[in-house]
Design a protein around this ligand. Structure first.
Ligand code: ZN
Length: 292
C-alpha cells in the first residue's frame, strides 16, 4: 500500500493460539468470548502480522514473528501454523533476506523475536544478515534477567545470536531509525516495550505491538494478563488511541486475525471503533472464518 513516499506491506508470518484468559486479563470470559470465541482448550486465534516499511532510506521490517524453530509438542500447544517460507520469510513479496536494512523488535517475547534468527549448518544466524536490529537496551537486560513470572516468554536463542553476529543496536528511549520511522517506548506490556510510528508525505501511522494486539483490545481496560505493568498499558493505550484518532493515523495490530490495519472512529463512552481498510490492501488472503 502507498503511504506518502513509503510502501507498506503486512506479512502474515503465522497463526497461533493462546489462552483467552491470558489474552484478555481481568476481562470476564462472558464478555471476551462474545467477540473472540475460544476453542475447547480455551485458546483464542491470533496471527503474527509483521509490518514491512519501504522507505527511500531503506527497508524496515517491524517484528519477526514466531519463526519455525519449534518442536512438534510446542506447535501443538500453540496451534502454530507458519505461513511463510522459514528460509526466506519475505519471498511472497519477491524479497530476499538480504533486502532488509533494519529490523525493529518491539520486545523480545518469542512471538515477536522467534523469527529473528534461523538455523544454518547447525548454528543460529540472523535471518536478515544485512540488517541492523533495533531493540531497547532495557528490554535486552530484562530478557537476560527475567523473574520467574516473566521468564517463560523469553528464549535466549532467539536473540543471543544477534549480539554475537554484531548486528544489534541497543537503543535507550525514543529514537529515529530512518527518516520517518521511529520507536517510542510505551512500557506497559514489558517495562521497555516500544511501539513504532511512521510518517511520510503528510500520512502518519502507528504499530502498537502488544499495547493493542487486536481490534478487541481497543477498550483501554482490555489489557492482556501477560502485561508486566497493566495499569501503564491502559494509560499509554488511551493516550496513543486519542492521538491516532485525532490525527487520522493508520493503526496496525500485531496479532489481529482479520484485516490488521485501518483507522479509528469515535464511539460511545470515549471509546474507539476500528474501521479496517479493504482486504484488497493486503498481499495475502484472509481465511473466510476470521473476517466476522
Ligand atoms: Zn509480548
Amino acid at each position: 500500500m502507498k503511504f506518502g513516499q513509503f510502501n507498506l506491506y503486512i506479512v502474515r508470518e503465522c497463526t497461533f493460539k493462546l489462552d483467552g484468559g491470558a489474552m484478555f486479563g481481568v476481562v470476564p470470559k462472558t464478555l471476551w468470548e462474545k467477540v473472540s470465541p475460544a476453542d475447547e482448550l480455551n485458546r483464542v486465534p491470533l496471527a503474527c502480522n509483521l509490518l514491512l516499511i519501504e522507505t527511500p532510506h531503506g527497508r524496515v521490517l517491524v517484528e519477526t514473528g514466531m519463526g519455525i524453530r519449534w518442536s512438534e509438542k510446542e506447535k501443538e500447544r500453540y496451534a502454530l501454523k507458519p505461513l511463510i517460507d522459514g528460509e526466506a520469510p519475505l519471498r511472497s513479496l519477491g524479497l530476499s533476506n538480504e533486502d532488509i536494512d533494519f529490523v525493529i523488535i518491539s520486545h523480545l517475547h518469542f512471538d515477536h523475536c522467534g523469527g529473528a534468527v534461523r538455523l544454518e549448518n547447525g548454528s543460529l544466524v540472523p535471518t536478515y544478515p544485512k540488517a541492523k536490529y533495533y531493540i531497547q537496551k532495557g528490554e535486552w537486560d530484562l530478557a537476560h534477567n527475567a523473574n520467574p513470572r516473566a521468564k517463560g516468554s523469553y528464549r535466549l536463542d532467539d536473540f543471543e545470536p544477534l549480539a554475537k553476529a554484531g548486528c544489534l543496536t541497543l537503543i535507550e528511549g525514543d529514537s529515529q531509525v530512518v527518516p520517518g520511522v521511529a520507536v517510542k517506548v510505551s512500557g506497559g506490556h514489558t517495562g521497555h516495550h516500544q511501539v513504532v510510528t511512521f510518517s511520510s508525505g503528510g500520512e502518519r501511522g502507528v504499530y502498537f505491538a502488544d499495547i493493542v494486539p487486536t481490534r478487541f483490545h481497543l477498550p483501554p481496560p482490555w489489557v492482556m494478563g501477560y502485561d508486566h505493568f497493566p495499569l501503564a498499558s491502559c494509560q499509554i493505550k488511551s493516550v496513543l488511541l486519542e492521538t491516532a484518532h485525532e490525527e487520522g493515523w493508520l493503526v496496525v495490530f500485531d496479532h489481529e486475525m482479520g484485516v490488521p490495519w485501518g483507522r479509528l472512529r469515535a464511539a460511545a463512552d470515549k471509546r474507539f471503533e476500528f474501521l479496517a481498510l479493504p482486504e484488497e490492501t493486503l498481499s495475502f488472503k484472509l481465511p473466510v472464518k476470521s473476517q466476522s
